[in-house]
Write a protein of this length. Sequence first.
Length: 281
Amino acid sequence: MKIIQSVSEMQSFANSLKKQGKTIAFVPTMGYLHEGHLSLVEIAQKNADFVVVSIFVNPTQFGPNEDFEKYPRNFEGDVALLEQTKAILFVPENTEIYLLEHLTFVEVNSLENLLCGKSRKSHFKGVTTIIAKLFNIVKPDFAVFGQKDAQQVLIIKKMVEDLNFDVKIIVGKIIREKDGLAMSSRNKYLNEQERKDASVLFESLKIAKKMVEKGEKNPALVIEKMEKLIQTKLTAKIDYVEIVNTKNLQQVKILEGEFLIALAVKIGQTRLIDNLLVGEN
């Protein structure tokens, strides 16, 4: 498997592919890969001649009290998983990405201050900045992201639209464990009891979906039911449960058409997110 570590080499390689008329699909990750990531790589392979997967734990999207230092890393395991995919692996050092006096950042106003942005104030500023930089380095025709990070996907789509990036964004479905828990690198943090309790996130989403299917139109009643279920788990602390418009993330007043049910819950010390699209085309 081809592994590239420097920005200049990645740009040169991408340029050479472009000159040959080849297309590039890109899957940005922070490593500690799992089946969810591999599903995105599979989508990428179906859409382009070459697939580039990046592994970079981006410091600018972590707050001062978040888990940057202990974020799970397993480079050897990641390489072993990716070898079967024939993807090109881009693994830059932090000093390759952020110069000593890095002064330029990308922000998508309003969208970044909702949902997860309420408690993670600079998170999406870091996300959009690193994705913009990676787009300029990898030069993809397609970029594949997971639906689990629904707010991130919407923000990146808006950045692409506003800044005229010549990249098509593709969204892959959420890949779940047998009990419904969305696959995440942070699931590693959970102890045995917390892992059992974490399934309540998906259970609450299923209850919400069932209420909507039975004709419930009041979002407050659906949220109340979800929160009551989550609160039955002693390890769970709710950050938010919201039902929002899929275009602007504003709270909906009536449950009709397409909308997103999104939640963030701390299970023990581990913050987990999940969501469900309702009424999607």
